[in-house]
Design a binder for this molecule. Structure first.
Ligand SMILES: [Zn+2]
Length: 303
Protein backbone atom coordinates (compact mmCIF):
# COMPACT_ATOMS: atom_id res chain seq x y z
CA UNK A 1 0.00 0.00 0.00
CA UNK A 2 0.98 3.60 -0.39
CA UNK A 3 -0.41 6.77 1.13
CA UNK A 4 -0.07 10.30 -0.23
CA UNK A 5 -0.81 13.45 1.74
CA UNK A 6 -1.03 16.46 -0.59
CA UNK A 7 -0.85 19.61 1.51
CA UNK A 8 -0.71 23.27 0.56
CA UNK A 9 3.01 23.40 1.35
CA UNK A 10 4.36 19.85 1.41
CA UNK A 11 3.42 16.49 -0.06
CA UNK A 12 4.30 13.41 1.98
CA UNK A 13 4.19 9.82 0.83
CA UNK A 14 4.58 6.56 2.72
CA UNK A 15 4.94 2.95 1.77
CA UNK A 16 2.80 0.90 4.16
CA UNK A 17 2.98 -2.82 4.81
CA UNK A 18 1.76 -5.06 7.65
CA UNK A 19 0.77 -2.11 9.81
CA UNK A 20 3.98 -0.17 9.53
CA UNK A 21 5.77 2.42 7.41
CA UNK A 22 8.33 0.89 5.05
CA UNK A 23 9.47 4.11 3.40
CA UNK A 24 8.59 7.79 3.30
CA UNK A 25 9.47 10.99 1.48
CA UNK A 26 8.50 14.63 1.51
CA UNK A 27 8.67 17.20 -1.30
CA UNK A 28 7.26 20.68 -1.78
CA UNK A 29 3.84 20.51 -3.42
CA UNK A 30 4.62 23.37 -5.79
CA UNK A 31 7.58 21.40 -7.15
CA UNK A 32 5.15 18.61 -8.13
CA UNK A 33 2.82 21.11 -9.74
CA UNK A 34 4.79 21.84 -12.88
CA UNK A 35 3.43 21.24 -16.38
CA UNK A 36 0.16 19.68 -17.45
CA UNK A 37 -2.09 17.81 -14.97
CA UNK A 38 -1.04 14.43 -16.39
CA UNK A 39 2.62 15.30 -15.79
CA UNK A 40 1.90 16.37 -12.19
CA UNK A 41 0.23 13.01 -11.53
CA UNK A 42 3.15 11.13 -13.13
CA UNK A 43 5.49 12.97 -10.74
CA UNK A 44 3.26 11.88 -7.88
CA UNK A 45 3.46 8.28 -9.08
CA UNK A 46 7.28 8.47 -9.28
CA UNK A 47 7.28 9.71 -5.72
CA UNK A 48 5.08 6.81 -4.62
CA UNK A 49 7.37 4.32 -6.36
CA UNK A 50 10.37 5.85 -4.59
CA UNK A 51 9.08 4.91 -1.13
CA UNK A 52 8.05 1.35 -1.90
CA UNK A 53 10.93 -1.10 -1.41
CA UNK A 54 12.35 -2.65 -4.57
CA UNK A 55 10.56 -5.83 -5.47
CA UNK A 56 7.39 -4.86 -3.58
CA UNK A 57 4.17 -4.17 -5.43
CA UNK A 58 1.90 -1.21 -4.77
CA UNK A 59 -1.52 -2.85 -4.28
CA UNK A 60 -3.50 0.37 -3.89
CA UNK A 61 -2.94 4.06 -3.25
CA UNK A 62 -4.77 6.33 -0.84
CA UNK A 63 -4.69 10.10 -1.23
CA UNK A 64 -5.42 12.61 1.49
CA UNK A 65 -5.73 16.10 0.02
CA UNK A 66 -6.11 19.52 1.53
CA UNK A 67 -9.51 21.14 1.13
CA UNK A 68 -12.93 20.13 -0.11
CA UNK A 69 -13.19 17.11 -2.39
CA UNK A 70 -16.23 16.54 -4.58
CA UNK A 71 -17.61 13.33 -3.06
CA UNK A 72 -19.21 12.26 -6.33
CA UNK A 73 -16.21 12.74 -8.60
CA UNK A 74 -13.17 12.70 -6.30
CA UNK A 75 -12.02 16.02 -7.78
CA UNK A 76 -10.13 18.29 -5.39
CA UNK A 77 -11.79 21.72 -5.13
CA UNK A 78 -9.16 23.79 -3.39
CA UNK A 79 -7.90 26.51 -5.71
CA UNK A 80 -7.00 28.68 -2.71
CA UNK A 81 -4.27 26.58 -1.18
CA UNK A 82 -3.90 23.62 -3.57
CA UNK A 83 -4.18 25.06 -7.08
CA UNK A 84 -1.78 22.50 -8.62
CA UNK A 85 -4.11 19.54 -7.99
CA UNK A 86 -7.53 21.19 -8.10
CA UNK A 87 -10.18 20.97 -10.79
CA UNK A 88 -9.13 17.74 -12.48
CA UNK A 89 -9.53 14.05 -11.74
CA UNK A 90 -6.36 13.16 -9.85
CA UNK A 91 -7.61 9.69 -8.74
CA UNK A 92 -8.45 8.60 -12.30
CA UNK A 93 -5.17 9.86 -13.72
CA UNK A 94 -3.22 8.17 -10.93
CA UNK A 95 -5.17 4.96 -11.45
CA UNK A 96 -4.31 4.98 -15.17
CA UNK A 97 -0.63 5.60 -14.64
CA UNK A 98 -0.27 3.13 -11.74
CA UNK A 99 -2.78 0.44 -12.72
CA UNK A 100 -3.97 0.06 -9.11
CA UNK A 101 -7.07 1.23 -7.19
CA UNK A 102 -6.90 4.79 -5.88
CA UNK A 103 -9.06 6.26 -3.12
CA UNK A 104 -9.18 9.93 -2.16
CA UNK A 105 -10.23 11.66 1.00
CA UNK A 106 -9.83 15.02 2.67
CA UNK A 107 -6.47 15.27 4.45
CA UNK A 108 -7.95 15.92 7.88
CA UNK A 109 -10.15 12.83 7.54
CA UNK A 110 -7.15 10.79 6.37
CA UNK A 111 -5.09 11.96 9.35
CA UNK A 112 -8.00 11.18 11.68
CA UNK A 113 -8.32 7.66 10.32
CA UNK A 114 -4.55 7.14 10.70
CA UNK A 115 -4.54 8.36 14.29
CA UNK A 116 -7.66 6.36 15.09
CA UNK A 117 -6.38 3.08 13.69
CA UNK A 118 -2.70 3.13 14.64
CA UNK A 119 -1.97 6.40 16.51
CA UNK A 120 -3.01 8.53 19.47
CA UNK A 121 -6.71 7.81 19.04
CA UNK A 122 -6.52 4.04 18.85
CA UNK A 123 -9.83 2.69 20.10
CA UNK A 124 -11.35 6.13 20.89
CA UNK A 125 -15.16 6.01 20.74
CA UNK A 126 -15.63 9.62 19.59
CA UNK A 127 -12.44 11.24 18.33
CA UNK A 128 -12.14 14.85 17.21
CA UNK A 129 -9.07 15.63 15.13
CA UNK A 130 -7.96 19.19 14.43
CA UNK A 131 -5.02 19.87 12.15
CA UNK A 132 -3.37 23.25 12.58
CA UNK A 133 -0.92 24.23 9.88
CA UNK A 134 -1.22 26.63 6.95
CA UNK A 135 -4.95 26.27 7.59
CA UNK A 136 -7.16 24.54 10.14
CA UNK A 137 -8.78 21.20 9.28
CA UNK A 138 -11.33 19.28 11.29
CA UNK A 139 -12.48 15.68 11.18
CA UNK A 140 -14.55 13.61 13.55
CA UNK A 141 -14.52 9.81 13.90
CA UNK A 142 -17.59 8.28 15.50
CA UNK A 143 -17.50 4.54 16.19
CA UNK A 144 -14.62 4.16 13.72
CA UNK A 145 -16.24 6.00 10.82
CA UNK A 146 -15.68 9.56 9.59
CA UNK A 147 -18.60 11.88 10.27
CA UNK A 148 -19.99 13.26 7.01
CA UNK A 149 -22.47 15.87 5.93
CA UNK A 150 -25.40 15.30 3.60
CA UNK A 151 -23.12 15.80 0.59
CA UNK A 152 -20.59 13.28 1.89
CA UNK A 153 -18.12 15.97 2.86
CA UNK A 154 -16.41 16.38 6.22
CA UNK A 155 -17.09 19.30 8.57
CA UNK A 156 -15.47 22.50 7.20
CA UNK A 157 -15.20 23.59 10.79
CA UNK A 158 -12.05 25.64 10.28
CA UNK A 159 -14.51 28.30 9.13
CA UNK A 160 -16.75 28.53 12.16
CA UNK A 161 -16.94 32.12 13.34
CA UNK A 162 -15.19 32.46 16.68
CA UNK A 163 -13.83 36.00 16.74
CA UNK A 164 -15.06 39.55 16.25
CA UNK A 165 -12.12 40.24 13.94
CA UNK A 166 -13.23 41.90 10.74
CA UNK A 167 -10.47 40.77 8.39
CA UNK A 168 -12.13 38.66 5.74
CA UNK A 169 -11.29 35.03 5.08
CA UNK A 170 -10.87 33.53 1.60
CA UNK A 171 -14.02 31.49 2.28
CA UNK A 172 -16.07 34.69 2.05
CA UNK A 173 -16.93 35.33 5.68
CA UNK A 174 -15.23 37.05 8.62
CA UNK A 175 -14.14 35.94 12.06
CA UNK A 176 -13.13 32.45 10.95
CA UNK A 177 -11.34 30.20 13.43
CA UNK A 178 -8.75 29.32 10.76
CA UNK A 179 -7.75 32.96 10.39
CA UNK A 180 -7.03 33.23 14.11
CA UNK A 181 -5.66 29.76 14.87
CA UNK A 182 -3.45 28.87 11.87
CA UNK A 183 0.33 28.63 11.93
CA UNK A 184 0.36 31.66 9.64
CA UNK A 185 -1.29 33.69 12.40
CA UNK A 186 1.07 32.31 15.04
CA UNK A 187 4.04 33.36 12.89
CA UNK A 188 2.60 36.85 12.45
CA UNK A 189 1.99 37.24 16.18
CA UNK A 190 5.51 36.08 17.06
CA UNK A 191 6.92 38.48 14.49
CA UNK A 192 4.93 41.44 15.78
CA UNK A 193 5.68 40.59 19.43
CA UNK A 194 9.24 41.82 18.76
CA UNK A 195 10.84 38.91 20.57
CA UNK A 196 14.63 38.94 20.57
CA UNK A 197 15.26 35.55 19.06
CA UNK A 198 18.26 33.90 17.47
CA UNK A 199 15.96 33.26 14.50
CA UNK A 200 12.60 34.65 13.50
CA UNK A 201 10.75 31.40 13.24
CA UNK A 202 8.18 29.64 15.36
CA UNK A 203 10.92 27.09 16.06
CA UNK A 204 13.18 29.72 17.70
CA UNK A 205 10.30 31.16 19.70
CA UNK A 206 9.35 27.70 20.96
CA UNK A 207 12.95 26.99 21.97
CA UNK A 208 13.03 30.30 23.88
CA UNK A 209 9.69 29.60 25.58
CA UNK A 210 10.90 26.18 26.69
CA UNK A 211 13.93 27.66 28.45
CA UNK A 212 11.86 30.20 30.34
CA UNK A 213 11.45 33.21 28.02
CA UNK A 214 8.20 34.66 29.42
CA UNK A 215 7.37 36.79 26.36
CA UNK A 216 7.78 33.84 24.01
CA UNK A 217 5.69 31.63 26.31
CA UNK A 218 3.00 34.33 26.39
CA UNK A 219 2.87 34.45 22.59
CA UNK A 220 2.21 30.70 22.45
CA UNK A 221 -0.32 30.84 25.29
CA UNK A 222 -2.17 33.65 23.48
CA UNK A 223 -2.27 31.51 20.35
CA UNK A 224 -3.49 28.62 22.48
CA UNK A 225 -6.33 30.88 23.60
CA UNK A 226 -7.35 31.42 19.97
CA UNK A 227 -7.08 27.69 19.25
CA UNK A 228 -9.12 26.97 22.38
CA UNK A 229 -12.03 29.19 21.34
CA UNK A 230 -12.75 26.95 18.39
CA UNK A 231 -12.03 23.74 20.31
CA UNK A 232 -14.57 24.74 22.96
CA UNK A 233 -17.25 25.20 20.28
CA UNK A 234 -16.45 21.89 18.60
CA UNK A 235 -16.38 20.02 21.91
CA UNK A 236 -19.84 21.31 22.71
CA UNK A 237 -21.10 20.25 19.28
CA UNK A 238 -19.49 16.81 18.96
CA UNK A 239 -18.88 15.71 22.56
CA UNK A 240 -15.62 13.90 21.80
CA UNK A 241 -14.08 11.43 24.23
CA UNK A 242 -10.67 12.48 22.89
CA UNK A 243 -9.34 15.43 20.89
CA UNK A 244 -6.18 14.93 18.85
CA UNK A 245 -4.23 17.92 17.53
CA UNK A 246 -2.23 17.49 14.33
CA UNK A 247 -0.54 19.68 11.75
CA UNK A 248 2.83 21.37 12.18
CA UNK A 249 1.64 23.41 15.17
CA UNK A 250 0.98 20.23 17.17
CA UNK A 251 4.71 20.11 17.97
CA UNK A 252 4.04 23.08 20.25
CA UNK A 253 0.88 21.76 21.91
CA UNK A 254 2.55 21.83 25.34
CA UNK A 255 3.12 25.58 24.91
CA UNK A 256 -0.42 26.19 23.64
CA UNK A 257 -2.24 24.21 26.33
CA UNK A 258 -2.25 26.93 29.05
CA UNK A 259 -4.17 29.20 26.65
CA UNK A 260 -6.34 26.36 25.38
CA UNK A 261 -7.38 25.49 28.93
CA UNK A 262 -8.16 29.13 29.69
CA UNK A 263 -10.54 29.25 26.73
CA UNK A 264 -12.14 25.94 27.67
CA UNK A 265 -12.60 27.10 31.25
CA UNK A 266 -14.84 29.90 29.97
CA UNK A 267 -17.44 27.36 28.89
CA UNK A 268 -17.52 24.83 31.74
CA UNK A 269 -21.08 23.73 31.05
CA UNK A 270 -20.49 22.99 27.37
CA UNK A 271 -16.95 21.68 27.20
CA UNK A 272 -16.58 17.98 27.84
CA UNK A 273 -13.17 18.36 29.48
CA UNK A 274 -11.90 15.16 27.90
CA UNK A 275 -8.17 14.90 27.06
CA UNK A 276 -6.45 16.88 24.30
CA UNK A 277 -3.31 15.21 22.95
CA UNK A 278 -0.94 15.61 20.01
CA UNK A 279 -0.94 13.24 17.06
CA UNK A 280 1.34 10.25 17.54
CA UNK A 281 2.08 9.69 13.86
CA UNK A 282 3.55 13.18 13.47
CA UNK A 283 3.64 14.82 10.06
CA UNK A 284 3.03 11.43 8.44
CA UNK A 285 -0.45 11.00 10.00
CA UNK A 286 -2.25 12.03 6.81
CA UNK A 287 -0.18 9.83 4.51
CA UNK A 288 -0.46 6.83 6.85
CA UNK A 289 -4.21 7.37 7.19
CA UNK A 290 -4.51 7.54 3.40
CA UNK A 291 -2.65 4.23 3.12
CA UNK A 292 -4.96 2.69 5.75
CA UNK A 293 -7.99 3.92 3.77
CA UNK A 294 -6.55 2.31 0.64
CA UNK A 295 -6.03 -0.91 2.61
CA UNK A 296 -9.59 -0.84 3.95
CA UNK A 297 -10.83 0.04 0.46
CA UNK A 298 -13.29 2.44 2.00
CA UNK A 299 -14.37 6.02 2.40
CA UNK A 300 -14.45 6.97 -1.21
CA UNK A 301 -16.62 6.72 -4.30
CA UNK A 302 -13.37 6.15 -6.19
CA UNK A 303 -12.60 2.61 -5.17
ZN1 LIG B 1 -13.18 31.19 6.43
Amino acid sequence: MAGVDIGGTATRVVGWSAGRTVGDAVVSTSSLGQGEPARRVRELWHLVRSVVPAGSAVEAIGIGASGPIDPATGVILNWNTLPWFSGFDVPSLLRSVSGVPVVIENDAVAAAVGEHRVGAGKGARRMLLVTIGTGVGVAFIDGGYPYRGADGGHPEAGHIGVTAETSSCYCGTVGCWEQSASRTRLEAEIHSAGLSLSGTSVVSAAAAARVGDAAAAAAFAAHGGRVGRGLAVLESVYGPTLTVIGGSVSEYLDLLLPGVEESRARAPHFVTGEPIVAVRLGPLAGAIGAAVLAEEGSASPHN
